[in-house]
Design a protein around this ligand. Sequence first.
Ligand SMILES: Nc1ncnc2c1ncn2[C@@H]1O[C@H](COP(=O)(O)OP(=O)(O)OP(=O)(O)O)[C@@H](O)[C@H]1O
Ligand SMILES: [Mg+2]
Length: 315
Amino acid sequence: MNKPYDVLVVGELNVDLILNQVDKFPEIGKEVLADNMTLTMGSSSAIFASNLSTVGSRVAFIGRLGHDNFGDHILASLQSRGVDTTHILRSTAYNTGATIVLNFGEDRAMVTYPGAMKHLTLQDITPGVLQKARHLHLSSVFLQSGLQQDIVALFKGAKDAGLTTSLDPQWDPAERWDIDLPQLLPHVDVFMPNINELKAFTSKDDLTAALDAIKSFARNVVVKHGSDGAYLWNGRELLHQPAFLNKDVVDSIGAGDSFDSGFIHKFISGAGDQACLEFGALTGAINTTRPGGTGAFESLALVKTIAATSFNYSF
Ligand SMILES: Nc1ncnc2c1ncn2[C@@H]1O[C@H](COP(=O)(O)OP(=O)(O)OP(=O)(O)O)[C@@H](O)[C@H]1O
Ligand SMILES: [Mg+2]
């Protein structure tokens, strides 16, 4: 059957107010200055969806926004990158979420107001919508408390409906990591934490021990490791993909989401493990060449130009 969407992204939506070149960490009762500020569409899921659309997949989004200017800004941003927003819901009771980001070199401090994104529930993701897509991706489950307790049902439902699936859990701000991985991961074709998230989930100190703790019930596990690149456990062997070296990192906001978009773009086209890893590492590195998570992904032509000029890579 010919489905209208390659990937249905279920996720959180918020704006990022990014402050760069901040003098020093602020203290209560004092004021510090930033030399540069940008307002952009934030949220892991939206960055993933936008960049996945830019590199050529047909993407639809399900999430919740408020009825406010930030919500309008996000809708317009997603639409400008070709993401189908038909299934995005607007809440009258809650404002659109927002994250204030303070950038200090490659590190950052963030404060998030979740707002409407906390109120997306399993009932919002109807079987009819699932049927329209070939693949389901969920990100930032811990920011979506309305969905968190139903995550196994969501992924099982997607698999039963014939979709392939991926999950980038992102950090748990409460650090409870309260998800039943043995129940969930059999329904997740590609589990995509970063190394710190995987260690926290499994209470292990290193990659090998953390993978050993989930191997018996996981399918593919991609572990992102910043400028050390990424690993893939595919059920048989552990593959490593070095990062594409970027000596002039602007910021790394969304590098993990851009990695995910490159990896999943290849995964749903049936590419092999190493090709998925390599394209993920490329899109992750491209992300770091422009501000925010989507700055480098304005168009496929720009992505290709950055790939060629900054990383000597053509596709
Ligand atoms: N400074 C960098 N230079 C080149 N590539 C990078 C850099 N930082 C990240 N990447 C690429 O992007 C991938 C994902 O980045 P990272 O490990 O930071 O993910 P993450 O922690 O999930 O990020 P996020 O904070 O966006 O969720 C890395 O595996 C690497 O391939
Ligand atoms: Mg991440």
